[in-house]
Design a protein around this ligand. Structure first.
Ligand code: SAT
Ligand code: MN
Length: 584
């Protein structure tokens, strides 16, 4: 099946352990995808949606206990415990392998073992990396074809290059007590059992492109980040590429496909990616980005013509939905889509509001990126796109202003490292509690955060034309918990300010925590945002920020001696400035 002996041997070993009924090597063809779909329709794994209005589209209902990432069951198994850092759960590689071997023994009995070769990034890009996922889930195999460059071309590249990331996945028995997602970054391998959920089971995504890749990236001198990538074309035809990190379910997909407001005739947005960016220092001293993915695995609830018309359009055909609700005539439905009442909830029960939301709050769509009207050809460029600005964003009802500019790269790394955000339904656990989520990588950094921040600082030192670094917060609320900022398309007004700052064409107000827009520099024409709200959105309260910086200090100290001294010093400079301001 392959001329790569290591791959052939590995598949044989896995089959001997897991005992599948059949083995299928995926070639990525349309015929193969159609056959996977047909099998899943037959077995009830997929439900066909109304073929008239939603051609070639399907609904998958997952096990109700298996609807989101499970961070408490996710481990990074480095030989040295300290290399995984306090930000990861750790098991020794030997213990983890023993546990996983026992769970995988016989796990694929009666099932087909799919060998899924894939490439993360444009197939001919030197920045791309390949992997092979072995899985017993046809849903995973079909989804990998949408989300990655999957099949024969990836296998050819693997045969040429030799090395690849090994991902082994089985649904197991889907019992949460026998569910684990283990990473062995030094072996370039991943093992996941007991879950069919995207982030746990599509191993090219978070497991490879973030946890394993971030570890590799540190060794090789690049960055693997939880960032969207978008191009913004101004009315003069100049293109500005932005990479933006937000935690899961905080609007990366909407921002990547942003539709400019009416007042912004002549502005265009081009989508390069909505979740992951691999960033490299170019020979020109600029930072270059590729999106390793080829599809979107986006949150459905809240997606509407108003919030993301590009997404609504791309979801009209050739889409796999997971855990959304269903209308009587077989169309997908979720909260926020329309004021219709669905017929069935995400578990297939007749809809009853007493049972909670109709669509699961973390229900998803899986769709090829090329179906998006704003998708850019530049996403296929082997060299990637040059980044003008990096944005860190969180979901915070208070404190964090609409936008803040870092004074320099080092200060920007502090802004990223001290990010905090309210938790969302993308991971199991309580929703709406503020937690620190440095660079939106808390669940995804495959090594010690102290080393990671040091690597960020070292990367900046290699950039002669470093991007500007910004922090944004679209989620600020007033005392009545109403959002102060309209968000969505209107966020372009903030992005325009960021671009103007990067071009050096406007001034800003310097404060100890960073630079803020001057009054009037964020264009509000046509917007219903009062001057008082705008003042609150761009105001820094020194006392509140002093407490924030105290919390940041203890957060950073919690990561021990591996945290770079420069980051502590930067934090101390900010606190000092705030103390002076508070007393002056
Ligand atoms: O991890 S997923 O890919 O399921 C989505 C996310 O949480 O960012
Ligand atoms: Mn994500």
């Amino acid at each position: 099946m392959t001329s790569n002996q290591a791959l052939a041997d590995w598949v044989r070993e896995v089959a001997a352990l897991t005992q599948p009924e059949k083995i299928h090597w995926c070639d990525g063809s349309q015929a193969e995808y159609d056959a996977l779909i047909a099998d899943m329709l037959q077995s009830g794994t997929l439900i066909e949606l109304d073929p008239e209005t939603r051609p070639r589209s399907y609904l998958h209902r997952s096990d109700p206990s298996d609807v989101a990432r499970t961070e408490h069951l996710t481990f990074v198994c480095t030989p040295e415990r300290d290399d995984a850092g306090p930000n990861n759960q750790w098991l020794s590689p030997a213990d983890a392998h023993a546990r996983m071997d026992a769970l995988f023994a016989g796990a694929m009995r009666g099932r087909t073992l799919y060998v899924v070769p894939y490439c993360m990034g444009p197939i001919d890009s030197p920045l791309a990396r390949c992997g092979v996922e072995i899985t017993d889930s046809p849903y995973v195999a079909a989804s990998m074809r949408i989300m990655t460059r999957m099949g024969a071309p990836a296998l050819r590249r693997i045969e040429r290059e030799g090395s690849f990331v090994r991902g082994l996945h089985s649904l197991g028995d889907l019992h949460p007590e026998r569910r684990f997602i283990m990473h062995f970054p030094h072996e370039l391998s991943i093992q996941s059992i007991g879950s069919g959920y995207g982030g746990n089971a599509l191993l090219g995504k978070k497991c490879h492109a973030l946890r394993i890749a971030s570890y590799q990236a540190r060794q090789e001198g690049w960055l693997a980040e939880h960032m969207l990538i978008m191009g913004i074309e101004d009315p003069q035809g100049r293109l500005h590429y932005i990479a933006a990190a937000f935690p899961s379910a905080c609007g990366k997909t909407n921002m990547a496909m942003l539709i400019p407001p009416q007042e912004y005739q002549g502005w265009k947005v081009k989508t390069i990616g909505d979740d992951i960016a691999w960033l490299h220092v170019g020979e020109d001293g600029r930072l270059w980005a590729i999106n390793p993915e080829a599809g979107f695995f986006g949150v459905a609830p809240g997606t509407s013509r108003h919030t993301n018309a590009n997404a609504v359009d791309m979801l009209q055909h050739d889409t796999i939905f997971t855990n959304v609700a269903l209308t009587e005539d077989g169309r997908p439905w979720w909260e926020g889509l329309s004021d219709e009442t669905p017929a069935y909830d995400w578990q297939g029960r007749p809809y009853d509001p007493a049972n909670g939301p109709a669509a699961h709050p973390n229900s998803r769509f899986t769709v090829a990126a090329r179906q998006c009207a704003s998708w850019s050809d530049a996403a296929e460029r082997p060299s990637g796109v040059p980044i003008t600005a990096i944005i860190f964003g969180g979901r915070r009802a208070s404190l964090a202003p609409l936008v803040l500019e870092a004074k320099n790269w080092q200060h920007g790394v502090l802004l990223g490292a001290s990010m905090a955000s309210e938790t969302t339904a993308a991971a199991t656990g309580q929703v709406g509690v503020v937690r620190r989520d440095p660079m939106a990588m808390q669940p995804f950094c495959g090594y010690h955060f102290g080393d990671y921040w040091a690597h960020w600082l070292a990367t900046g030192a290699r950039l002669s034309q470093a991007p500007g670094i910004y922090q944004v917060n679209w989620f600020r609320r007033d005392a009545e918990r109403r959002f102060l900022w309209p968000g969505y398309g209107e966020n372009l007004r903030v992005l325009k300010w960021i671009i103007e700052r990067c071009q050096g064409s406007i001034d800003a107000q310097e404060t100890p925590v960073g630079n803020l827009p001057l009054h009037g520099d964020i264009d509000l024409t046509g917007l219903d945002v009062s001057h008082e709200h705008m003042r609150q959105l761009t105001h820094i309260e020194p006392q509140d920020w002093l407490s924030e910086m105290d919390e940041v200090a203890s957060f950073l100290h919690g990561y021990g001696p591996r945290v770079p001294q420069a980051l502590h010093e930067e934090r101390e400079r900010v606190s000092q400035g705030l103390r002076q301001q508070a007393s002056g």
